[in-house]
Every structure is written in C-alpha cells, then in structure tokens.
Design a protein around this ligand. Structure first.
Ligand SMILES: Cc1cc2nc3c(=O)[nH]c(=O)nc-3n(C[C@H](O)[C@H](O)[C@H](O)COP(=O)(O)O)c2cc1C
Length: 233
C-alpha cells in the first residue's frame, strides 16, 4: 500500500478548518490482545552499541523516519529534520569528531557523578558504532522556522516535540526488526558543521541503525516495574 504524499507548506495564521475524523473503534478484546503483545515486543528493545556492518533495507529506515514524522508537535510546527547518513566517509568524520569530544568528556568534563551514572552501561570514548552501523540518522531540532527569504518565526515546545518523534522513530525501527542507539555526544555542534545544516537547526541525537553484531552484548539492566512508574488516582 503506498501512502500519498502532499507537500506541507507553513500554516501560520491560517484559519481553523475542521474535517471529520471517524476512525473505526477497535473491539476491546482486540485492543487488549494488541496492547499485551506490543508491551511484550517493546520490552525486548535494547540499546545496541555493537553493530554488524550488514546493510539494512533502506526503505525500512525511510519508513521509520516517516513514522517519526507523524509525531504530534507544538502548534503542529513539526520542528525536526532527519539526516540519513550512509556515506562511509561522512560517518568516519562524525566518528572522529564525536570521539574527540567524548575523550574530553570521559577524561573529566562529565564530572564524577555523571561518570558514575554511566558506569553500569560500560560506555567509553571509543564509538565504533558510528562507523560499524550501516546508517546513521542524525536528528536535528529546528529551534525556529526559517523562511527562504530569511524570515524567522518562533517554534513552541521544540524539545518535547522532537523527543516524542525520536521515541516514535525508535519504536518504528525496533518493530521493523532493526536495532538502534540514541547517541548524544556532547557538545554536538560539530554535527551541524559536518552535515552542513542551516543556522536554525541544532543537533538532538545521532542514531546508529542496523543489526546487532553476532557477538553483541548489552548491559544487564532492570527496568522499573509498572507499579514503580504508574500512579492511578
Ligand atoms: C536522551 C538519551 C541520550 C542517550 N545518550 C547515549 C549516549 O550518548 N551513549 C550511549 O551509549 N547511550 C546513550 N543512551 C542510551 C541509554 O544509555 C539507554 O537507553 C539506557 O541505558 C537504557 O537501555 P535500553 O535502551 O537498552 O533499555 C541515551 C538514551 C537517551 C534516551
């Protein structure tokens, strides 16, 4: 099934134009079964830091990005750009720049409290996933809207909107059979330079995407139980 695409144009100041929305209601039994299955499948997602170099079906990645771009956003401003990097030379430049920043971070910039929080994850300044994974999705936040003539407009709830979109991206990748990592080298300014992004965009995260390496290991982490995160009133 192909999805028709229409070109979005800015709606700033347009009048309210309601259209009917009548999705078919799912029977409760089906809802229950789907929710239980989804919960179980999502619980199997793990952050992967050791990737196979095997290529991934490119359309799966594009579809996952299209899923992310269905996310809700403040004032429907959709303040995100996803840069899909497959070029090995560009991935190498990103790795070199990220490792240079991470070296400074791990050698002290993070501080003891942060380093202690990271210790159970087994991470360090070496970031092979940036070149091993066959694709990187670099997510940018559009801090403000920038028109072609240089006009600027404020964007609202950018952090929240992009965070939700990245959550949907991770879910889509996982449910489509791919593994990913949310990597946040700090600071991330080098990503705008390497990828030539405009002044209104700020890097949010780099997501290596691929299949786990044959000898992939993940930290033995325990997730909070439902009763630790849910308050029902
Ligand atoms: C906002 C954010 C930033 C993260 N940054 C990094 C990172 O820079 N490097 C890394 O190895 N993992 C990073 N992670 C991954 C987390 O360490 C991981 O999600 C967490 O340990 C839980 O593991 P799980 O995803 O396997 O459940 C980040 C995750 C989030 C949500």
């Amino acid at each position: 099934m192909s999805i028709p695409t229409t070109q979005w144009t800015p709606t700033h100041g347009d009048p309210y134009r309601p259209v009917p929305y009548r999705p078919e209601r799912m029977p409760a039994a089906e809802s229950l079964a789907r929710a239980a299955e989804l919960r179980e499948r999502m619980d199997r997602r793990r952050t992967v830091r050791q990737f196979s170099a095997d290529p991934v079906p490119e359309q799966v990645v594009r579809d996952a990005i299209a899923c992310a771009a269905t996310a809700p956003s403040g004032a429907h401003q959709q303040p995100w750009t996803f840069v899909l990097v497959r070029d090995p030379g560009v991935r190498r430049r990103i790795r070199e720049a990220a490792e240079a920043e991470e070296r400074v971070s791990y050698e002290g910039r993070l501080g003891e409290e942060w380093l202690a929080a990271l210790r159970p994850l087994g991470t360090d300044e070496v970031k092979p996933h940036l070149t091993d994974a066959p694709a990187l999705i670099v997510v940018f936040q559009q801090r403000y809207w920038l028109g072609e003539d240089g006009e600027k407009r404020k964007h609202y709830y950018v952090d929240e909107s992009v965070g939700i979109a990245v959550g949907m991206l991770l879910s889509a990748l996982h449910l489509s059979g791919l593994a990913a990592l949310v990597h946040t080298p700090s600071p991330m300014r080098f990503l705008s330079e390497v990828l030539g992004r405009p002044a209104n965009e700020k890097a949010f995260a780099v997501l290596p995407v691929g299949y786990p390496a044959a000898d992939c290991q993940v930290p033995d982490l325990v997730r909070k139980s439902l009763d630790q995160v849910l308050v029902e009133i």
